[in-house]
Design a protein around this ligand. Structure first.
Ligand SMILES: CC(C)(COP(=O)(O)OP(=O)(O)OC[C@H]1O[C@@H](n2cnc3c(N)ncnc32)[C@H](O)[C@@H]1OP(=O)(O)O)[C@@H](O)C(=O)NCCC(=O)NCCS
Length: 190
């Protein structure tokens, strides 16, 4: 069975506080809220109006849905953001991404949702590596990856243009061995 099929079997994931489930058209308002807020969209989706949001839903979130999840608060059923895992089946690795609605920042929701993706990647899909890339100015994103036990592997200087500004991208990753070690330490009793 391919890893994609295995991933398809996990369209809903539950964590302590969150439900990760497929993105729906009814989430459009919430995506618009993130994509149109200058603080929230600085390093991620830009949806200046509802038409752009719906195009984003059709082209990306719902048009290519494998590994993409809405993040919902289990207690209140509120939409709190989205996470994604992009499989590179041939190389047995994946890249993860995340965004959280600004009013919910600072509650550890991104690390909790992304930790569930790491569990899926290593304990279910048996991948060798999970990586993430972020804009070096995006310290919040760097913190999330740190909390997940990822290590910075490199900085791609002048990697891309943000308007007139040449931006440095940071690559961070965790390997299967590091993840197993982290879990063993977490489970240890002394
Ligand atoms: C990056 C992001 C997903 C973090 O989500 P989160 O659920 O708030 O994650 P955490 O609660 O673990 O907070 C991470 C860091 O964000 C910062 N932070 C938390 N609340 C904040 C707030 N209200 N305002 C500004 N920064 C805040 C803190 O530095 C925090 O680190 P700390 O826990 O050591 O203090 C979120 O900031 C976001 O959606 N940003 C826009 C989208 C984005 O950048 N995605 C990543 C693209 S690579």
């Amino acid at each position: 069975m391919s890893l994609k099929v295995e991933l398809l079997k996990h369209q809903e994931i539950t964590t302590q506080r969150l439900l990760l489930r497929p993105v729906r058209l009814a989430d459009a308002e919430d995506f618009y809220r993130i994509g149109s807020d200058p603080e929230n969209n600085r390093f991620t989706i830009h949806y200046p109006n509802m038409d752009a949001t719906l195009d984003g839903m059709a082209d990306y979130w719902m048009g290519d849905p494998l590994g993409k999840y809405a993040v919902v608060l289990r207690k209140t059923n509120q939409f709190a953001g989205a996470v994604e895992v992009h499989l590179d089946e041939k190389n047995r690795k994946a890249e993860i991404g995340y965004l959280i609605t600004r009013r919910f920042w600072g509650n550890g929701y991104a690390p909790e949702a992304a930790a569930a993706l790491l569990d899926l990647c290593f304990n279910v899909l048996n991948l060798n590596r999970v990586e993430a890339m972020y804009d070096s100015r995006n310290h919040n994103s760097g913190r999330v990856l740190e909390k997940l036990g990822m290590h910075i592997e490199g900085r791609l200087r002048n990697d891309r243009m943000d308007g007139d500004v040449a931006v440095t991208s940071v690559v961070a990753a965790i390997t299967a061995d590091e993840y197993a070690q982290k879990q063993a330490t977490a489970n240890a009793t002394y």
